[in-house]
Design a protein around this ligand. Structure first.
Ligand code: FAD
Length: 597
């Protein structure tokens, strides 16, 4: 059975020593989250995830969700009880606005908690994540009445939320959407159509489920400009705001799928279900994008979370499994063979995962902090800059962390040899669960196109320029510092390559958009390497400030320097390959006609 220890110390180090969150005490909710409160919250979350959710991860995978003849769906044994504990602990809306019953805690703290939830039980944690996406959409775009009616229960977790975009004929290309909405005299709409692959579309965890559904109002223009967003509750609310009559929405089936068996993936039938427009008519993609951006960051965290739990188990196995002798001679001569952790190739795998996880966690928390600034600062310029950062990093976090997160679960499985392929060890579940994160919330190829096609040129490239200015500023300031130079110099090279790639797109993609499409995934990965490389520089700086190197073997800060060096020497050089691929352009990718395949 796999085990999991939430990396509380790691998070505390990042919050306190790398990002100095105490500097943000002027933001609402930050002063209340003093270091001891933060530590207590993380410790409490860790306990819940380790003791309650981790044991349920395998149960959820084996038992899955069941749909019954009446369309109801039951979640795996133990999920209901665990969900009650999640709600009672106030975890669902911990950083939601206090005016609607949330606790207003900084997202930089609750995003760390989300990682713990996803590591311990991704399928379970998704139920509450979707509610948070619905909260973001209604809070930012709903009417005052909608906010009052839906937000408090979504924030408390008493009701769940869903997002309904996908239809059989379209997932990425929402312009093809067919679900329709017919206006009613009372201002409501009758929503009709079929949605597929709806996560948590039906289940037994909550008293109500608030579906957010994209549909086309009768007579609306074709394409994405004619799509609107509707709130469609499973149970219509009475005048008192409590669940009453059943709405005409039902789960037609649940999917048999590769992973996340504990989360019900539903085909949803809307048979003239009563819904209410939220946001503006025909502009439903705006509120849906608010929801999706929250969700995309959250899915990026899923990639990190699966990588972390898989890594932890691979380390434990590598210390126990005996096989062969270390290349330079036995390290444990008293044993019949050395543990496999002595082998450089096994170390390569462990170090790759470790070097990714620690920097990816930093990138997630840095971006969550920007999210807090974007929402809570009173300074408009500061809000704008933070919002730019969020926009730029969202596809990078979603795409890079889930691609590498999945690759790392495979690597962790590899450390187990044949035993990794056997269900009992739980490693193959991590691989299966991690796989979906590369697909949903916009497949990773779409994230790359979003980065290259929308986020780079937006506002004249303001977000990219700000990011490059910050990283280049750090390089300039610390490039001659003997301690930091071994990390700063390779980063400087990768930044140069990112700049060359950006320039190459400017010169070669406007005339031939296929050049942008063919290079976009490499660009996203190159961007991710630079962002992670910068995180390692900040981590190294903090580690030195905490006396790294002065405290002897076993010092966790000295280990940071070693891991940073591994990143700089073994992972960051991939930037050069990405640049070469980008510069190759689209010619060989696109030369063959479709019929030649
Ligand atoms: C388990 C699970 C849970 C899900 N949960 C939800 C949910 O809760 N709500 C919801 O609405 N949806 C959900 N989805 C749907 C998911 O978001 C879509 O499957 C995903 O966005 C891809 O859409 P698609 O499957 O239609 O693939 P397609 O859009 O057909 O894409 C197929 C491939 O082509 C590529 N591609 C497509 N168009 C382009 C283009 N223009 N340029 C370049 N490449 C392109 C894509 O990157 C992808 O690799 C879920 C799916 C699964 C499997």
């Amino acid at each position: 059975m796999p085990t999991y220890r939430a990396p509380v110390d790691e998070v505390m180090f990042l919050l306190r020593d790398v990002f100095h969150v105490e500097r943000y005490n002027n933001l609402p909710g930050f002063a209340e989250a003093s270091p001891d409160i933060v530590e207590a919250v993380l410790a409490e979350a860790a306990k819940f995830c380790e003791d309650v959710l981790t044991p349920l991860n395998r149960v959820g995978d084996k038992e899955g969700c069941r749909r019954h003849a009446d369309g109801s769906v039951t979640t795996p044994p133990g999920f209901k009880d665990a969900y009650r504990k999640l709600v009672d602990g106030g975890w669902v809306g911990a950083s939601a606005p206090t005016e609607f019953g949330g606790q207003g805690l900084p997202t930089v703290l609750t995003q760390a908690v989300r990682e713990f939830l996803y590591s311990s039980n991704m399928a379970f944690a998704m139920y509450s994540s979707l509610a948070l996406g619905a909260v973001a959409a209604i809070y930012n775009h709903g009417s005052a009445e909608q906010k009052a009616r839906y937000l408090p229960k979504l924030i408390s977790g008493e009701w769940a939320g869903t997002m309904n975009l996908t239809e059989p004929q379209c997932g990425t290309d929402l312009g093809q959407l067919r679900c329709r909405a017919t206006p009613q005299p009372d201002g409501s709409y009758k929503v009709t159509g079929t949605k597929i692959f709806i996560s948590a579309g039906e289940h037994d965890l909550t008293d109500n489920i608030i579906h957010l559904v994209l549909a086309r109002i009768d007579g609306a223009p074709a394409g994405t400009k004619g799509i609107s967003l509707f709130i469609v509750p499973k149970f219509l609310l009475t005048a008192d705001g409590v669940p009453g009559e059943r709405n005409a929405v039902s789960c037609g089936s649940i999917e048999e799928k590769m992973g996340i068996h504990g989360n019900a993936t539903c085909a949803m039938n809307y048979d003239g279900a009563t819904g209410w427009l939220t946001g503006e008519k025909h502009r439903g993609l705006y509120p849906m994008f608010t929801m999706m951006n929250t969700a995309r960051l959250s899915v990026g965290v899923q990639g990190l979370a699966q990588s972390e739990v898989a890594y932890q188990n691979a380390v434990a196995y590598a210390k126990e499994r005996l096989s062969g002798r270390a290349p330079g001679g036995a390290k444990f001569p008293q044993k019949p063979a050395d543990p496999i952790i002595v082998h450089p190739d096994v170390r390569r795998m462990l170090m790759t995962m470790r070097a990714f996880n620690e920097a990816a966690r930093a990138l997630v928390l840095w971006t969550a902090l920007k999210g807090d600034i974007a929402r809570r600062s009173t300074d408009a310029k500061e809000r704008e800059a933070a919002d730019d950062h969020m926009g730029l990093m969202t596809p990078v976090i979603k795409g890079v962390l889930t691609d590498q997160g999945f690759a790392n679960t495979v690597m962790a499985q590899q450390v187990f040899g044949g035993h990794g392929y056997i269900a009992e060890h739980g490693m193959e579940q991590f691989v299966r669960d991690a796989r979906i994160a590369m697909i949903y919330e916009g497949a990773n190829g779409i994230q790359a196109l979003d980065l290259v096609g929308r986020k780079l040129p937006k506002d004249g490239g303001r977000a990219l320029q700000a990011f490059l200015a910050e990283v280049s500023g750090f390089i300039k300031e610390h490039g001659d510092d003997a301690k930091l130079a071994p990390f700063v110099k390779p980063l400087a090279q990768a930044v140069g390559e990112l700049q060359q790639a950006t320039m190459w797109f400017m010169q070669n993609a406007l005339g031939n958009p296929e050049n942008a499409g063919a290079g976009s995934t490499d660009y996203m990965q190159l961007f991710g390497l630079v962002a992670l490389g910068y995180m390692w520089c900040l981590i190294v700086q903090a580690a030195y400030a905490k006396g790294a190197g002065a405290n002897g073997a076993g010092d966790p800060m000295a280990a940071k320097l070693v891991t940073a060096r591994f990143f700089a020497e073994r992972l960051l050089p991939a930037a050069t390959t990405h640049l070469a691929r980008i510069k190759a352009g689209a010619a060989s990718t696109m030369a063959l006609p479709a019929e030649a395949f």
